[in-house]
Design a protein around this ligand. Structure first.
Ligand SMILES: [Zn+2]
Length: 498
């Protein structure tokens, strides 16, 4: 990059020569965004599935120079988007060295910097702040105070420097002034106490802060961005109306709309690079992992308001891979291929990721998770075997066959045990790769068995014993089939006929 000015005088020359733009943070972000839009390419790397929804709205908010809020449930990449905004700042910003509020050397706000520039003039050394240091983030909680956010006087500072308490030099700056000339993000905005919201409103309204007891006003330069859960945000009384009114754009985030987007996010976020085993995750396992989250988001037994984060499939895939890794270690196989059975073994990565409704509480989190997996397997299975005929396989079980298959079984062993089921291996081969290794074929066989179980065409015990589906209960008999013992007891009969 071009050499940067080291003194106030040199900086002034650069600005006068047009080599360095002086503009507000919002104008700076807008300029850099416009350049990126012209150049094409990805605006927010790593943000997947928002290209046609959230991203255009964020772009519009920035072009409008709005402070904005992202409304969405947990795990919808809200914080990630806010943090990515720093990529739209200039890489370096000139500041007065040591200033807590990153004063502009050409127009300092604080008393200390004004004194410095007056004393040193053009010889004042300047410092350059990297854009990553121009982002301040705060999680709102009810106990956040005005002093935390805006600032307070600091009696100790005053005593040490033997200054009068009303002297500006005794101010202790809160988070908002410290974010001056940068981006200030507040997560879960509705959790902020009412009077703090009033304080924020003043900043958005007047563009400046007034620290308690001081006659000075600081005209801060900030982009303010927020995140919140939509239900908290729209609930009456949680956000003061004038503050809401001053937030330029409200942008709704969402969970991935398609399984493909969801798989892409999980592939990016989940840690699956395990050094000592050659790992192959079959697509149907990735799909089932994702489908578990999709089904959980629609399940009546799960609390909609708290949502089901994308962190569920991410943790789940990591745990599924670990179970396959553990099996490979135990059996000495050099290749680890996760199976559907491993998804059931990874229930601990599911149960903590949602809040249950009353009906779910009655069932228990483990059972709810097991049902979700079963539903997910059934859906994914349909996608891989549309209209397939499994009669031959089902017949084998209906004729009394049974199989013990669990997640600890080595691949050759699983293939040997299941080989006698006519049609099973042939069906599995239709979805395995050509020249599939034993471990891959074993995973495909396991998928067929689990798919048939999920669709109730065969049954399976918790221990992994597959057998014929339970007989459908006989239809209730009609009245003319009633026998003596179905009739009411004699006592009531008498009463009835009397
Ligand atoms: Zn300063």
């Amino acid at each position: 990059m071009t050499p940067k000015a080291t003194t106030l005088g040199a900086l002034r020359k650069d600005v006068e020569a047009g080599g360095l733009a002086r503009r507000s943070v919002k104008a700076e972000i807008r300029d850099n965004l416009i350049r990126k839009l012209r150049d094409g390419g990805t605006l927010f790397p790593g943000i997947i599935g928002y290209d046609d929804s959230v991203v255009p709205q964020v772009v519009n908010a920035i072009l409008s120079r709005h402070n904005f809020i992202l409304l969405g449930l947990r795990g919808q990449a809200k914080t990630r988007i806010l943090r990515a905004l720093t990529s739209l700042l200039d890489e370096w910003l000139p500041v007065v060295p040591g200033c807590e509020i990153h004063d502009d050397p050409l127009a300092p706000l604080c008393a200390a910097c004004r004194k410095l520039t007056a004393a040193d003039g053009d010889g004042l050394p300047i410092e350059w702040l990297h854009r990553d240091q121009r982002y301040v983030e705060k999680l709102a909680t009810p106990d956040v105070t005005i002093a935390d956010m805006i600032g307070d006087l600091d009696p100790i500072k005053a005593a040490r420097a033997s200054l009068h308490l009303s002297d500006e030099m005794t101010m202790h700056y809160g988070l908002v002034p410290r974010a001056n000339r940068g981006i200030f993000a507040i997560n879960e905005l509705p959790d902020l106490a009412g009077k703090i919201q009033v304080g924020l409103f003043n900043i958005l309204q007047e563009g400046d802060v007034q620290i308690k007891g001081y006659p000075v006003r600081l005209p801060l330069d900030l982009l303010m961005v927020f995140s919140a859960n939509p239900e908290d945000y729209t609930a009456r009384g949680k956000i003061i109306t004038p503050l809401k009114d001053r937030i330029g754009s409200e942008i709704r985030t969402h969970y991935p709309a398609t399984r493909r987007h969801a798989m892409e996010i999980t592939r990016q976020e989940a840690w699956t690079e395990r050094a000592h085993a050659d790992l192959h995750v079959p697509d149907f396992v990735r799909e089932v992992v994702e489908e578990v989250a999709f089904q959980a988001r629609q399940d009546q037994k799960i609390d909609k308001r708290s949502g089901v984060s994308q962190r569920l499939p991410i943790s789940l895939l990591e745990n599924v891979v670990s179970n396959a890794e553990r099996r490979a270690l135990a059996t000495g196989e050099s290749i680890a291929v996760p199976r559907i059975t491993d998804v059931y073994a990874a229930i601990p990565a599911i149960t903590g990721k949602f809040e249950l409704e009353y009906e779910g509480e009655l069932k228990g989190a483990d059972n709810v998770a097991r049902e979700l997996i079963r539903g997910a397997v059934s859906t994914v299975f349909d996608g891989h075997f549309p209209g397939a005929d499994f009669r031959q396989i089902i017949d084998w079980f209906d004729l009394g066959g049974s199989l013990q298959v669990d997640d600890t079984l080595a691949s050759p062993e699983l293939l040997a045990r299941t080989g006698e089921v006519q049609g099973l291996h042939d069906t599995a081969r239709t979805i395995a790769q050509k020249r599939a290794a034993d471990a891959q074929l074993a995973a495909a066989v396991d998928f067929v068995l689990e798919g048939l179980y999920a669709q109730r065409k065969i049954s399976r015990s918790v221990e992994g014993q597959f057998q014929a589906a339970e007989q459908v209960k006989r239809a209730p008999r009609t009245v003319d089939q009633l026998t003596e013992r179905d009739l009411p007891l004699s006592g009531s009969k008498k009463k009835y006929y009397n």
